[in-house]
Design a protein around this ligand. Structure first.
Ligand code: FEO
Ligand code: CA
Ligand code: CA
Ligand code: CA
Length: 685
């Protein structure tokens, strides 16, 4: 390894921290039993509030059980049919007895273009190669099934579409990343090419083995791919750049974490920690930058052409791919520089996975923040489209979008995401909550309050949400909507910056070291034309943590299900709630987090509150991304950033904490797991 001493200091800077902080706050002085009692009170409100609305939604025995508050203690789950596995610190994937795991689509697997072969040990893959291979750090993912001759979805063939959230550059550049100025253009381009989204056609053979096809529909979208900007903020002065003076085009999508799937079969890539990649050296940067954490110092990967910084040279940057990450005004107007480039990030990007030539579209009506993902209520003809998106940062908010037009399966498309109302959540004590519209002229969002038009509200969604009194949450991550009951579940992964005096009913732990899962039921889940749905009832489904933490239904966590830092979340068609964890590198396998072992995936029964550990991952990774084939016989799950707990000195000595999945001496690689039952049955049953 050729990293210099100077480089070593920067390795910590290079490692992903995702807003995590060293644990330094004093212990929460409130006993857990007291929290649980308070949460149970909220649950009563949740159940009461649900009775009216639940009538329309009571399509499953699960909904009935919830609405009647059926005591769960002592009742075995009808949904969960596997034996829980223990925690693990091994550099491997473990699943319950009777299951098997196949590793597919690791980072670097060629999928398109010349299909350049991945070099597992050496440094021969170029930036151009990387743009034709699987990107790094697999995250949110969906399986779009192919259709059979009768138009029915197939479970042995389809498009797997996934996000590549960010890069682990010590492994991306096996010769070591060059962090001194100027950074080699080739390395920067390779980093940009390893971000984004992959679309891959996959097929299962008669032996049950999945493989990637050399399909013309395979595609890579990267931090350089041109995209269209649509919705109320398109063309606004705040979106105009030297690249697109009319403010209707942008380049690239990055830090795509969870995802979304529209009722019309497109994929949504959601932009989360993009602010870290920009800098603005102004003494007083605009709120579009400061409220989102755009730094005045070099961002994470130093993609600038600023002399003396970690940059490529201006001559090498003729297409301004690097210059655009410096948002400091340098020209006369926004058409002469990239002061507005950060405003072209923080959106949800719609991608049509079925058309490899389609142009991705940034949908501005959905607001600009650190989008984790987006989940929708089941679409109903004649009703409006309703979706939810969390802003994953400490003390940020949960949002809801409601389309103006009603849903019609014949005409449904991206236009439903361009015209609608964005709301933000206020969680009140007693298990009730309210959606507050972020609409110009309503709720104090006026010109005198600093919002000249709807575009300014959407670009500054955080500032607008501050203004209307939304509830600051403990890092909203993935959401999931129960397909039968319409209840919405959201993970709040943790927040060690919340102190014991700053708690509220929905975020009752300060510090919140281990996270919790909140859920709500809308008074009107899916409004029709002219209706506005503002009220909801909520409760806390589970407090994550060590032995004794637990769910409001009275099931303390034990050896079979202790977990921390819930992140990924998905409810399968039968109603099983899959929970994935992302304990940060700083905490994983250490101190009070040691008991949880490596990051894991669990499965819960929302009715009974029962939770069982289903999977444990290798060393230094997070488990993220989960979706099944339509017949639920294959579950796809992502393993992201194995080996990321490797320290700078360990990296230089070649002592990486993981060599998964290839084994030593190969570099660790993010990859997808195809999990199935040996007897071919449904996963989880
Ligand atoms: Fe990329 Fe919110 O985790
Ligand atoms: Ca996440
Ligand atoms: Ca992580
Ligand atoms: Ca994560």
């Amino acid at each position: 390894m050729s990293a210099s001493r100077n480089d070593l200091d920067l390795l910590a800077f290079a490692r992903h921290s995702e807003d995590d902080e060293p644990i330094c706050n004093p212990l929460n002085s409130r006993p857990f039993a007291e929290l649980l009692e308070e949460a149970k009170l909220a649950r009563r409100g949740f159940l009461r509030g649900g009775l009216g609305a639940a009538v329309a939604l009571m399509l499953s025995p699960g909904a009935t059980a919830l609405a009647q508050g059926r005591p769960a203690r002592g009742q075995g789950s009808q949904l969960l049919g596997f034996t829980a596995i223990p925690t693990s610190e091994a550099d491997t994937v473990v699943v319950p007895e009777g299951y098997r795991v196949q590793v597919i689509l690791p980072w670097g697997e060629p999928i398109t273009g010349r299909h350049p072969v991945f070099d597992a040990l050496g440094a021969t893959n170029s930036a151009e190669d990387q743009a034709q291979q699987m990107g790094m750090n697999h995250d949110g993912m969906h399986f779009f099934p192919a259709l059979d001759e009768d138009g029915q979805p197939r479970s042995d063939e389809g498009l797997l579409v996934m996000n590549h959230e960010y890069v682990d550059w010590v492994f991306l550049h096996p010769e070591g990343p060059v962090l001194t100025a100027p950074r080699p253009r080739e390395q920067v381009q390779k980093e940009m090419a390893a971000h984004g989204v992959a679309v891959v056609e996959i097929r299962r053979d008669s032996l049950g083995q999945w493989s990637a096809m050399r399909s013309p529909r395979n595609r890579r979208i990267t931090a350089m791919t041109p995209m269209r900007i649509a919705g109320p903020a398109a063309g606004h002065p705040l979106l105009q750049t030297h690249y697109s003076p009319d403010g209707t085009w942008a380049r690239g999508t990055m830090n795509n974490c969870a995802h979304g799937v529209t009722p019309w079969g497109t994929y949504l890539a959601c932009e989360e920690n993009w602010a870290n990649y920009f800098c603005n050296r102004e003494a007083h940067p605009p709120r579009e930058h400061s409220r989102y954490g755009v730094h005045s110092t070099p961002g994470r990967l130093g993609w600038y052409s600023i002399p003396g910084w970690h940059t490529v040279t201006a001559e090498e940057d003729a297409d301004e791919q690097c210059r655009r990450f410096d948002a400091t005004p340098s020209g006369e107007t926004a058409h002469d520089d990239y002061r507005n480039e950060p405003n072209t990030y923080g959106w949800i990007v719609e991608i049509d996975p079925h058309d490899p030539d389609s142009v991705p579209v940034k949908r501005t009506a959905l607001g600009r923040f650190a989008h984790e993902g987006m989940v929708f209520q089941p679409a109903a003809p004649g009703k409006r489209l309703v979706g939810y998106s969390g802003d994953d940062a400490r003390f940020e908010y949960i949002y809801k979008y409601v389309s103006r037009e009603v849903y019609d399966p014949e005409t449904a498309g991206g236009h439903l995401l361009d015209d609608g109302t964005l709301y933000v959540a206020r969680f009140d004590a007693g298990g009730r909550g309210r959606w507050i519209a972020l609409e110009h002229g309503r709720n104090g969002l006026t010109r005198t309050a600093g919002f000249r038009d709807q575009a300014e509200i959407l670009v500054n969604a955080r500032a607008a949400a501050d203004r209307v009194g939304a509830t600051p949450m403990d890092r909203p991550e993935w959401g999931a909507v129960h397909p039968q009951t319409g209840e919405v579940y959201f993970t709040l992964t943790n927040n060690t910056s919340r102190d014991s005096s700053g708690t509220d009913a929905a975020n009752p732990r300060g510090p919140n070291r281990f996270g919790h899962i909140i859920r709500w039921r809308e008074d009107i889940a899916v409004p029709g034309e002219g209706e506005e749905a503002l009220g909801f009832s909520w409760d806390i489904f589970v407090f994550a943590g060590d032995h004794g933490s637990g769910s409001v239904q009275g099931r303390p966590l034990d050896d079979s299900n202790i977990f921390a830092a819930p992140d990924g979340l998905w409810i399968d068609p039968d109603g099983r709630l899959w929970i994935q964890t992302d304990i940060s590198n700083d905490a994983m396998n250490q101190g009070r987090h040691a008991v949880f072992g490596n990051n894991q995936m669990l499965c819960a029964d929302p009715d009974t509150g029962e939770i069982r550990r289903f999977l444990t991952g290798p060393v230094g990774q997070e488990i993220t991304g989960v979706v099944a084939t339509p017949d639920q016989t294959t579950l796809f799950v992502n393993v992201q950033h194995p080996g990321e707990t490797t320290t700078g000195p360990q990296f230089v000595r070649g002592e990486w904490t993981s060599h998964w999945p290839g084994g030593a001496p190969t570099r660790p690689r993010s990859a997808t797991l195809a999990i199935s039952r040996i007897d071919g049955g449904k996963v989880g049953t």
